[in-house]
Design a protein around this ligand. Structure first.
Ligand SMILES: NC(=O)c1ccc[n+]([C@@H]2O[C@H](COP(=O)([O-])OP(=O)(O)OC[C@H]3O[C@@H](n4cnc5c(N)ncnc54)[C@H](O)[C@@H]3O)[C@@H](O)[C@H]2O)c1
Length: 210
């Protein structure tokens, strides 16, 4: 793994590279192959990979195993960190049931809800909102997934920040305001589906015109 700072934009693309490299079966892999599979520019991919792995060879590429190792190290995949769900409703519980986060170095350790008795989960604790600050500090949790209705999003985001959460993945459609030191990422499956709907209708039109 290379030392030094890696830009935020590069860090944002590293999980994509990791996802692809995990599927590569050949001993060597080139930036051009990665770029082609991910639909990214080759120059950008070459720069990104060079910033995490010093083992690249011009015109040949990277030893796949070494690149995988370095990507996992930079992304902190070697150790699993805990995350919490806030809002253990339909979506929150579905996320709690998904084991695949472990492959990316994350584990949902618990959930918090205004009505925990309605949100029983067989494997993980669903606790009250009042328990969140103490529990998160005790378990050193800094990542939270916000899955409450939009009207409650700001109030809950404030409670998460007051519990020591510094990175929030929000599924609520409402914008939330947080201190500058806190990172918020919004996830919107509906928006992705709307984009796919447009792509599908454009593909239909192209087929009809052919
Ligand atoms: N972005 C997407 O693609 C996408 C997809 C599905 C759902 N969502 C959003 O995710 C959120 C959850 O959806 P759902 O279907 O799971 O809803 P849900 O009603 O099943 O669950 C919401 C949960 O939040 C809890 N809650 C409400 N107010 C709270 C508060 N102030 N503090 C703590 N807990 C509180 C409720 O008790 C409930 O358990 C909604 O904002 C929804 O719009 C987004």
């Amino acid at each position: 793994m290379r030392n030094g700072t890696i830009s935020k934009a590069t860090i944002g693309r590293l999980p994509l590279y990791l996802q692809f490299i995990r599927t590569v079966k050949t001993e060597m892999v080139s930036s051009a192959t990665v770029a082609r599979h991910l639909g990214l520019g080759e120059v950008q991919v070459r720069k990104d990979l060079a910033s995490v792995c010093p083992a690249g060879m011009p015109k040949i590429g990277y030893p796949t195993e070494r690149l995988l190792n370095d990507l996992e190290a930079v992304l902190g995949m070697k150790q699993t960190v805990p995350a919490v769900v806030v809002g253990a409703g339909k979506l929150g519980r579905a996320l709690m049931a998904y084991d695949g986060f472990r492959e990316y170095g994350l584990e949902i350790a618990a959930a918090f809800d205004a009505c925990p008795s309605d949100a029983f989960h067989e494997k993980k604790p669903v606790l009250t909102m009042e328990q969140m600050p103490g529990w998160c500090r005790e378990h050193d949790v800094h990542i939270g997934i916000l899955t409450v209705p939009a009207v409650a999003a700001q109030e809950v985001a404030d409670q998460m920040v007051n519990s020591g959460i510094t990175a929030i993945l929000s599924f609520a459609s409402a914008p939330i305001r947080v201190p500058a030191a806190v990172t918020v990422k919004h996830e919107n499956i509906a928006l992705s589906l709307a984009c796919l709907k447009i792509a599908a209708s454009m593909a239909d039109q192209t087929t009809e015109e052919d």
